[in-house]
Write a protein that binds this ligand. Structure first.
Ligand SMILES: [Zn+2]
Length: 699
């Protein structure tokens, strides 16, 4: 069913058959997963649910009331049963006797672990008292855009009455904590007919006597808010559309021009990955007359600005009259202005105990006619930040359509952003992996060495674009990498490294999908063997085309992109023993490999002053997983060494000084060394990974 604007209505997904026979904790989980699966009900990672359950106390064997409430972290949509913390309700009640008042609120968080039931290791969230003190068995706390629109408007209290006709209470903005828990309790007890409470600038509480009733209540109330906005809202709350959006190609060209410099400027401290979206709700906002004015007000709901920063950067641009370079030319002064504004906000609002100022640059960049760019330490964080800004846009649209959008007071926003409890959460996060925020492109990424390299870089936190000429192999490699490393950080693009346009397109793709490039692994290769007088020109050209010209094309464009970003980079060539040692019957291959090796040295020379390093890894006889060794090369090498196909692997192992086979993972390890800061001071080098071969000792 759809409403007047064509929006789908929230649908009741509760299935009695599925729910039949479930225990109370399982019903709570079922309800939580249902609620979290629709972003209109609550945003990613936002909101929490609870149930008050009678259980046997493991110490006394007596029945006690236990609060099951979503613990700290995680997302309702995907959480499992271990995502709930469990606490003795009577112990939580007894905390009221310890509470010393608002200024001592944070110390109450320290008491929560003392209330743990059954040694549950899941940390209780700061929202725990909000659920504990509401005298209802089942409580939902959601962050629905439609309700926050009402909650973040300057007529919030009146609109709450109008939209819900008195069945929902209203509390002014207050940071979540013990005190807000007491206020919710007082209101729920004082007005027993209430079905829920709107928290200004924040979200919604709803409740029920059973899990199902609570779920349906929550849906009904959110739908009521959405209906009210549709019925009472005015058209074009953002003002008239003034920017004419660029077409697909125009947007791509714009990003190619703007993003390298922008990413470079935002990555001076910590490297950043970009996410781009031009979703319809984003375009409606950025193209509208009032976009700049509304963006400057900042995001309102705490969940939103913790992800998006308090304000986005609005980049003025007239797509009808200007080219991308005009927008790029404004970046320096706009970023400088943003930094100063953020620093002034920090100085104005900081308290004696506040943590040090964090990165003063924007997370969200809005461009009329183009869309929304978000930058964060990894791809998932950047994507989620952009999703949160879409939530903020929905809130602004709703609020402006019936009233005026208002943010929570600046000091309150600051106190949340720099809350010591938030800081403690940040400090508890695992240390970033060594390549977090870095973007790598691996040519020949569907092959043995390319695939192992992609995996190694992904394991260190990098985003990776694999390219390959073989689309079927590329699809298979992409699926396999995504299975192990998730969708966010892995991309694939079909590329012929001998084709200038194809190479250029692969970087355009990396730029639009991830924001740029820090690491190039030039790996796409072939091999052929024939005595020199029997080598046709076509074979010679093919070897030179892929192994020399191909390496030139991919590294030339990578070099140019890295230079524009201005944050250095690492180029790694997969070379060959044959670049150093002439090998009989393979003149085309050996010569092409030697050309590539020398190209790496030239890149090292020209790249030094801009922090771009270039190094070579020389594998030898990496047979397992290799497509080169699966073809005629294997037979040619076998014939040339007077052995059978089956003896190849053993032959090469025995030929090495250390009598060991070399695997793709061994090569990947050396690539990782050159790609990472471990080798920050190495350039123009060759690293042999061949189990020892005296002829290839470098000198
Ligand atoms: Zn909340």
């Amino acid at each position: 069913m759809t409403d007047a604007r064509g929006a789908e209505r929230l649908s009741d997904q509760w299935d009695d058959q599925t729910a039949a026979g479930m225990s109370e904790p399982d019903l709570l989980l079922y309800r939580s997963n249902l609620l979290g699966s629709d972003l209109r009900i609550t945003n990613f990672g936002g909101g929490n649910t609870s149930a008050k359950v009678k259980q046997k106390d493991p110490l006394t064997g007596k029945d006690v009331s236990v609060l099951w409430v979503k613990g700290s972290g995680g997302d309702l949509g995907s959480m499992k049963r271990d995502g709930f913390s469990t606490l003795y309700l009577d112990k939580l009640e007894s905390l009221k006797g310890l509470y010393r008042g608002l200024e001592h609120e944070d110390e109450m968080v320290g008491y929560l672990p003392h209330c743990t039931f059954d040694l549950n290791p899941r940390a209780a969230s700061i929202d725990t008292p909000l659920h504990a003190f509401i005298p209802k068995a089942h409580v939902d706390h959601m962050h629905p855009d439609a309700v926050i629109a009402i909650a973040a408007s300057n007529a919030s209290e009146r609109l709450t009455k109008e939209a819900f006709g008195g069945e929902i209470g209203w509390l002014p903005w207050q940071r979540p904590g013990f005190d807000l828990g007491l206020k919710l309790e007082a209101m729920a007890k004082g007005q027993p007919a209430l079905k829920g409470i709107v928290l200004a600038g924040h979200g919604l509480f709803t409740w029920g006597d059973t899990a199902k009733e609570c779920y349906q209540q929550t849906l009904r109330i959110i739908q009521k808010a959405a209906d009210h906005l549709v019925a009472k809202g005015k058209a074009e709350p953002f003002g008239k559309a003034v920017a004419k959006p660029l077409d697909e190609a125009g947007k791509a060209a714009f990003l190619t021009e703007l993003v390298p410099g922008l990413r470079g400027k935002l990555s001076k401290g910590v490297p950043k990955v970009m996410h781009f979206t031009d979703a319809p709700e984003v375009m409606e906002f950025v193209d509208a007359a009032r976009a700049e004015e509304l963006a400057a007000i900042g995001t309102s709901c705490p969940d939103h600005f913790l992800r998006t920063k308090i304000w986005p950067l609005f980049l003025p641009f007239d797509p009808a009259k200007e080219k991308a370079d005009a927008a790029a030319g404004r970046l320096d002064s706009l970023l400088e202005g943003y930094r100063k504004r953020y620093e002034a906000y920090y100085e104005r609002c900081k308290r004696p105990t506040s943590p040090a100022m964090r990165d003063p640059y924007p997370v969200i960049v809005l461009v009329p006619g183009v869309g929304l760019l978000s930058f964060a330490k990894d791809k998932a964080t950047a994507r989620i930040a952009s999703e949160f800004y879409v939530n903020a846009i929905n809130v602004m649209r709703g609020a402006e359509s019936v009233s005026a959008y208002v943010p929570i007071p600046e000091q309150e926003a600051f106190d949340i952003e720099y809350w010591l409890l938030e800081e403690a959460k940040l400090q508890r996060m695992p240390r970033p992996k060594s390549l977090e925020g870095r973007i790598a492109l691996v040519t020949g990424g569907a092959g043995g060495i390319g695939g192992a390299t992609a995996r190694r870089l992904l394991a260190e936190g990098a985003c990776v674009v694999i390219t390959d000429i073989d689309p079927a192999a590329l699809d298979e490699a992409l699926a396999s990498l995504r299975k192990d490393h998730g969708k966010d950080r892995v991309r694939a693009f079909r590329c012929d490294v001998t084709d200038e346009a194809s190479v250029r397109d692969s970087y355009g793709y990396a730029l639009r999908e991830l924001g740029g490039l820090d690491i190039l692994v030039s790996n796409a290769g072939i091999a052929s063997a024939a005595p020199v007088e029997e080598t046709p020109l076509e074979v010679w050209n093919r070897n030179l085309g892929i192994l020399a010209t191909g390496y030139f094309l991919v590294s030339r464009d990578a070099f140019a992109l890295m230079k524009r970003q201005g944050i250095g980079g690492s180029i790694v060539f997969i070379g060959s023993k044959n670049a150093l040692v002439a090998s009989s019957g393979a003149s085309a291959y050996c010569s092409a490999k030697a050309a590539a090796t020398h190209l790496a040295r030239c890149l090292a020379l020209e790249g030094a002053e801009i922090g771009v390093r270039a190094n070579v890894v020389n594998p030898d006889a990496v047979i397992r997983g290799s497509r080169i060794w699966g073809g005629t090369w294997r037979a040619e090498r076998a014939a040339s060494n007077k052995i059978t196909d089956a003896e190849i692997e053993d032959f090469y192992r025995k030929r090495s000084l250390m009598k060991r086979s070399v695997f793709p993972e061994d090569i990947a390890e050396a690539v990782y060394f050159f790609a990472s800061e471990l080798s920050a001071k190495s350039t123009g080098n060759i690293l042999n990974v061949d189990a020892g071969n005296v002829a290839s000792f470098t000198r």
